[in-house]
Write a protein that binds this ligand. Structure first.
Ligand code: PEP
Ligand code: MN
Length: 375
């Protein structure tokens, strides 16, 4: 595919570039991506001189051939790394290392508000919580649905933090967009093209946290991101949450090499979810620190004030003190990696508290699957 990127939305520049392509291939798409306009077409014949000619046109910032199956999420499709703005004062994909945290599932107002206040005080920037829950078993807790979104809305009001929550079907995209700050697309829906298309075309261009499927190759993951970008929504945050692998000890296998590999391939921000990758809370700190060290832009971490009573994913949920201790360690590591993190609310507890290795050994889950079974 040949892509022409115009750092311009002037009709004249776009028409001139499209005209110059006449006879060299068929124009297949024109996409507005953040500040840029992209024209994509399948070229016929040699492209070297054509690219050089196109680059010389007014408004054209780049013209090149991409031989990857993904196009819009490819690094060359954007002039700079994408920074996704969330609310008024938060950016994912900049220098700040952004931690999103909260329970797996929205259960009650008290449960969400307690977790939300605790993670905010520890320095989390975004509250997570699933109102619509994709569960492996149809008999697992399926979430509170719309009522759960209202519970999250109350937690947002109480903490002042934005919220991220999952949307599972195209018909819910409008309703969930109206009530959350970031739409999550879970790993089971990572290749649900009607859902991705509906999100891409939403006129609000909501920020999206797109999780990689457990068996999805990185090229297909980026093609999934393309479905959202193709609709004109450039606010995509990629989330690695582990893939199938050989380890018998963790729920999935988090390949740390996927972080630099993705960074090389795409301009989109990358966050890591160590909770679902590990499946057990005592592995979460090591994987979180590794993700920060390897260049991730942030983390998604499950926290529950009573993990053993959680309706889903209790075994991998940190307690509020465990989360706060992890954040303390991450805050020390972040500057070494050229990242900033905000201070916790109130005094930093146990400034020189126990070493990181102790944190990783602390409070292993009481059972393999949490209090209520399946993932
Ligand atoms: C979740 O975030 O709770 C979740 C269900 O994640 P995943 O889609 O990665 O399994
Ligand atoms: Mn979960």
């Amino acid at each position: 595919m040949l892509i022409v990127r115009l750092a311009s939305d002037r009709d004249l520049d776009i028409a001139r570039a499209a005209n110059a392509m006449n006879g060299h291939g068929s124009e297949v798409h024109r996409v507005r991506l953040g500040p840029d306009t992209l024209i994509l077409f399948e070229p016929i014949g040699p492209t070297k001189d054509l690219c050089a000619d196109l680059r010389a046109l007014p408004g054209v910032a780049e013209a090149c051939v991409l031989d990857t199956p993904y196009i819009l999420s490819a690094r060359k499709a954007a002039g700079d790394r994408t920074r996704v703005r969330v609310g008024a004062d938060l950016v994912v994909g900049g220098t700040e290392f952004v931690v999103m945290a909260g329970p797996c599932a929205v259960e009650t107002q008290d449960q969400v508000s307690t977790a939300a206040r605790a993670v905010r005080d520890a320095g989390a920037r975004i509250i997570r919580g699933g109102a619509y829950k994709p569960r492996t078993s149809p008999f697992g807790f399926q979430g509170r649905g719309e009522a759960g979104l209202d519970i999250l809305g109350q937690a947002r009001h109480e903490t002042g933090l934005p919220i991220v929550s999952e949307v599972m079907s195209p018909g819910d995209v409008d309703g969930v967009t109206a009530k959350v700050d970031i739409l999550q697309v879970g790993m089971r829906n990572a290749l649900n093209y009607p859902l991705l298309t509906a999100i891409g075309h939403h006129p609000d261009r909501p920020p999206v946290l797109l999780k990689c499927g457990i068996g999805t190759p990185v090229t297909e993951f980026l093609c999934a991101a393309d479905y959202i970008l193709a609709g004109g929504n450039a606010n995509v945050i990629l989330c690695l949450r582990g893939t199938v692998g050989l380890s018998g000890d963790s729920r999935a296998t988090l390949n740390i090499a996927d972080i630099p590999a993705l960074r090389g391939r795409t301009h989109l921000p990358i966050i890591v979810d160590p909770s679902h990758a590990a499946g057990r809370r005592d592995f979460v700190p090591s994987m979180a620190a590794a993700a920060l060290a390897a260049g991730a832009d942030g983390l998604l971490i499950e926290v529950h004030d009573r993990p053993d009573a959680a309706l889903s994913d209790g075994a991998q949920s940190l307690t509020p003190p465990g989360f706060s201790a992890l954040m303390r360690h991450l805050r020390r590591l972040a500057p070494v990696m050229g990242r900033t993190m905000i201070d916790p609310v109130g005094p930093e507890p146990q400034k020189n508290g126990h070493p990181f290795t102790d944190l990783c050994m602390e409070a292993p889950p009481t059972s393999d699957s949490g209090a209520h079974g399946t993932p």
